[in-house]
Structure formats: C-alpha cells, structure tokens
Design a protein around this ligand. Sequence first.
Ligand code: SF4
Length: 364
Amino acid sequence: MLPVFSDRRVDWPSHPYSTRDSLHEHDMWVAEGLTHRYPTKVLAELLSTCPQYCGHCTRMDLVGNSTPVIPKLKFDLKPVDRYDAMMAYLRATPAVRDVVVSGGDVANMPWKNLEAFLDRLLEIDNIRDIRLATKALMGLPQHWLAEDVVDGVGRVAAKARERGVSLAIHTHVNSAQSVTPAVAAAARAMLDAGVRDVRNQGVLMRGINDSVTQLLDLCFALQDEAWITPYYFYMCDMIPFAEHWRLSLAEAQRLQHDIMGYLPGFATPRILCDVPFVGKRWVHQVDTYDKELGMSFWRKNYRTSIEAADTEALSREFVYYDPIYTLPESGQAWWREHGELDAANAAAEVRATASREASIAQLV
Ligand code: SF4
C-alpha cells in the first residue's frame, strides 16, 4: 500500500496498453457509479474512498482523491441522488438479480447510510444476491467488530434471510500473514450476525502470493483459521505501474494447475483473468495464446450494456497482455519496436502475422 520506487521495474514500469480504468467500468455506467457489465449482475460503487489504498487497485481512476499530477474521476451527483438513480435502474431492470455493493470500500460509509441503501435494495423483488465488498475486513477488522456495525449487519442479514436474499461479504486478502486473529474474529462476527458467507477475492501478485506454497498457505489460513472461503484470485489488472506485480497468463495457469487437489473443492480458488470488455474468465478459458508476444485472445457469450447494437460482440476476440519482461527475447524485441501502437492495431497485426505465417507453412 506504500508505493516504493525501488519496487517498480525500470524497463517496463507500465504495460504500453495499461490504463487507469482498464476494465472500462466507467464506460459501462448505467447510472452514476452503477456498472452493468454482465447480464444479471451489477457493481454499485457507493463511494470513492477506502481505509487503505492499494497500488494495484483496479479502480484507481475513481478511488482516492486527485493528486497534483493525476486528476481522478469524480462523482458529480450528490450521494442521495446517485443512490436514487441506481435504485431506479435496478427497479426498471428485472434481469439484474445480483448487486456487488462496493466502492472504494463500504467500511468507509457511515453504517446507517449503508444500511439504508441495503434496505432499499432488499425491497426490489428481482435482487437475490447482495455482496458487500470490503478489504477493511482484513485491513481494519475493528470496523466490522464495532457493536453498532455487528448489530446492523444482524438486522440486514435477518431481513435478507426472510426475503430469500443471499447476503455475503467479499474481502480481499493477499497473504497468509494478513490473516490475523482480529481478521478471524471479524469474519466470525459477520457469520454469527447471519451473513451467508465471507469470501476472499485476492489479487495474484509476484513476490506476494505467486508460489504454490504462498497461495496454499493463504488459502488454508483463510479456510481453517478465519472461516473465509478462498473464492477467487484475480490476475492483477493492466493498470499503470503494476508490471512488477503482474504475472503472465502461463504463470497463472501453472499456479491454478498446481494448487488443485489440496483444498476442498468448494474452497479451491479459481484464478481469473478480468479481460477488458469481457469480464472474468477462468485462466484456462483462453481461446488462443501467443506466448512469444504475450497476447491472449478471449471470447465471450454475452453483451455488456454498451454492446446492445454491436453485432460482432460475440464473435470478436478480446486481448489481454502479459508483462513484457516475462516474454522471450524475441517477444520483448517486438514490443520495443511496436510498443507505441494502439492495442487494437497491435492485436490485428499479430493476427495478420499469424495468418501469414500459417499460409507460408501450408505452402511449404
Ligand atoms: S481496497 Fe479495493 S477499492 Fe480500495 S484501494 Fe484497495 S483494491 Fe482499490
């Protein structure tokens, strides 16, 4: 959480196609702060602050205040108007059944305001899953142990249960050392208050949890000591200054392969690549993969909210890029030459080269 220059790579500190909103969540806002990226689920960004600020934050464009050199995305509407607009969209869109209530971190919101929002969500018939996203369960477990918060979660959980809605907490723990007794107590308090599950969505990061031992240690600490289900590990997104943490797809696939069989199936985390304009994909779902240039190509089976009229959305290939320093020398040389191309051109060029090479191979 403390940016240290000596951590950063000096050759490729950022991937040439990294962007501050690499998942284009802002482009998919259907109301301010409400991202509709999947057919049946939405992300509600209630606030733009966190009790901690992660260097690998996928929402780095929104989360935190502007700095002297980086102007950040800002909410224009007042919170009350923003939440009204979200509710109006959810009431008018019965296909949505699942809301991730996030930020920032919901722990930074006064509990009474969060409870009021959750109560309104519970009044919408089509909402069947509510997930509260809070890294503070790990970073500031005292918040989730405070009496007013525990009592409030109990009230919301009871209401959710009565209405057949599944209320869960999703947290974000990346290393076994972070699973302290206080974290375990906070998770247990939430389960005792009636939430259906506390799940972990970690981020895969080089040097933190990129070995089988580190990953399994973390998962066993979560599962055995804190009763937090190891659920997902995301490959670190393609945001600026994250190259020193990011793994290649091949490395992530190998880790997924190597952790299988040790944990119960329901607690064996899936390692995911969040592919821009596609969404979460299990790392073995890749369509084609050019390991020399570090480009993986993915397809999808649904349209996002901005593709209703896009006839090619379901046949197009979407690209994700490996860190350049992990590539063989020939791939790195290619990037030194082509690093300034825009992403679409680069992908098109790779496909054209591949098809030229295939034609030549056929002729030979
Ligand atoms: S806790 Fe989550 S939203 Fe907050 S800075 Fe970290 S990654 Fe971003």
